[in-house]
Design a protein. Structure first.
Length: 457
């Protein structure tokens, strides 16, 4: 068994190589150093959009003898704009967006209603400027002013800065008139998305986050591009069984929110939308009181996505982006860079990708090795090692060397004795050198004598 002293240790080394390869391939990036809230913020930010729903009314003033009013109208470019801004979330890679109905209400109203609202706004401006009674200004402007055109517009501002036209595909009605949900469509592909969850599964005091573009976060002190950055606030579900006066279910949450947040997604710990922020609690002494906000349950939202004929789809952009983030947070910067660059090729307008590409490039020198990228090489090495183990085992135990055949016990060869002369029964009694008849006679005689002597005794 001398060969086993060599082959068995070698087999053990090869087995160790195989085990080590599987251990290395099984190592996955760990992002345990990143909080769940931070992960949700990075995952959701690219899919949360700002929405402008408004109508533009053109005016004609028919009193040339009133240059002061004419001057104010000129400053307004003979236009009034009514509507507002809100938030929304992209739910399909081809550009379907969910938001509140009241966010885009100004673009859905009848022309007459739009004109009346715009006229009321114009009268208020004139009354404030001239410090005149509203009713008096109303009667004056009604006499000399008429609207010339109405443009209904919905603009969707993506986090990356692109502004696209939105088209309403399904529409409820503002709160206290309907379920306050609208589904919009923009042109696009490979867009980042958020997943729709199930509001039947929510529980009181579940952790939630609301994301959007609150007007209170806008400030003249901030740079213009800051308006493209959504805000995220944390909170909990306060009540799950409340309803509006019309009987539509709503979820009460305590996360801080304000106008501009309307239509923004309410996200659970899985990063799923469980509702859309819809309205706030009543003011107290004219002041907003935070912690009393309400959202439309996502299962109500799904009624409108079904009407719009769309499905909640997950894009390749989402998959690559999340994989890149996990690698980046785990310290695998080179591998993360590959994912982020793939995202940029698919969707160049991604709001976060340039930042992460730059950061990854700066940290490639500190990048860890992702052994799972070498699976093919490991499998080849493991295959060769396994084959060698089999050959060594066979060599050790199946092919034992033949022992030389034991030498047959040799029987000592003795020189055969020359054939012995048969013993003479008749000696040369007469000593003549030969045995002949005379010797026989003498032998017989001698025998007779012995017999006679024996008889005598």
């Amino acid at each position: 068994m001398k060969r086993a002293l060599f082959t068995i240790p070698l087999c053990l080394i090869l087995i160790g190589v195989i085990v080590a390869s599987f251990v290395l391939m099984g190592i996955k990036p760990s992002s345990s150093n990143i909080s769940q809230a931070q992960k949700l913020a990075e995952y959701s930010k690219p899919a949360v959009v700002r929405i402008l729903g408004y109508s533009v009314v053109g005016w004609q003033f028919n009193n040339p003898n009133d240059p002061e009013v004419e001057a104010i109208l000129s400053q307004l470019n003979y236009q009034s704009v009514i509507g507002g801004s809100g938030s929304g979330a992209i739910i399909s890679s081809d550009g379907y967006i969910v938001t509140n109905a009241h966010v885009v209400e100004a673009a859905q109203m009848e022309d007459e209603d739009i004109a009346n609202a715009a006229f009321d706004q114009l009268v208020t401006i004139m009354a404030d400027y001239f410090q005149v009674d509203y009713d008096s200004v109303y009667e004056y402007m009604l006499t000399y002013t008429q609207y010339t055109e109405i443009q209904k517009l919905i603009k969707v501002i993506l986090p990356g800065g692109d502004t696209l036209d939105g088209e309403v595909k399904s529409y409820g009605a503002p709160i206290n008139e309907g379920k306050d949900v609208a589904v919009l469509k923009i042109e696009g592909k490979n867009l980042p998305t958020l997943k729709l969850g199930n509001s039947d599964n929510i529980q009181n005091q579940d952790n939630i986050w609301i994301s959007g573009y609150p007007a209170a976060a806008d400030s003249d002190l901030l740079s213009p591009d800051s308006s493209l950055v959504s805000s995220m606030n944390a909170g909990q579900i306060s009540a799950t069984d409340k309803k509006t006066e019309q009987g539509s279910p709503v979820i009460q949450i305590n996360a801080a929110a304000t106008h501009g947040n309307s239509g923004g997604p309410v996200i659970n710990e899985k990063g799923e939308i469980i509702g859309l922020l819809t309205f706030r609690g009543d003011t107290v002494n004219g002041q907003e009181v935070q912690g009393f906000n309400f959202s439309v349950p996502v299962n109500t939202v799904k009624e409108f996505t079904n009407q719009a004929g769309t499905k909640n789809t997950f894009s390749s952009t989402d998959k690559l982006y999340k994989e890149g983030l996990e690698l980046y947070w785990g310290g695998y910067y080179e591998n993360a860079l590959e994912k982020f660059e793939a995202v940029q090729r698919l969707y160049p307008s991604h709001s976060e990708i340039k930042k992460f590409i730059t950061n990854s490039e700066q940290r490639t020198g500190d990048s860890k090795t992702l052994w799972s990228d070498y699976k093919t090489l490991f499998f080849i090495v493991d295959g060769v090692a396994a084959l060698l183990i089999i050959l060594l085992v066979v060599f050790t135990f199946a092919f034992k060397p033949k022992r030389p055949a034991a030498a047959a016990m040799a029987t000592p060869q003795t020189t055969p004795a020359p054939p012995s002369t048969p013993e003479n029964t008749i000696p040369d009694l007469n000593n003549d050198g030969k045995i002949d008849v005379q010797d026989i006679i003498l032998a017989l005689q001698e025998q007779q004598k012995k017999q006679q002597k024996k008889d005598d005794e």
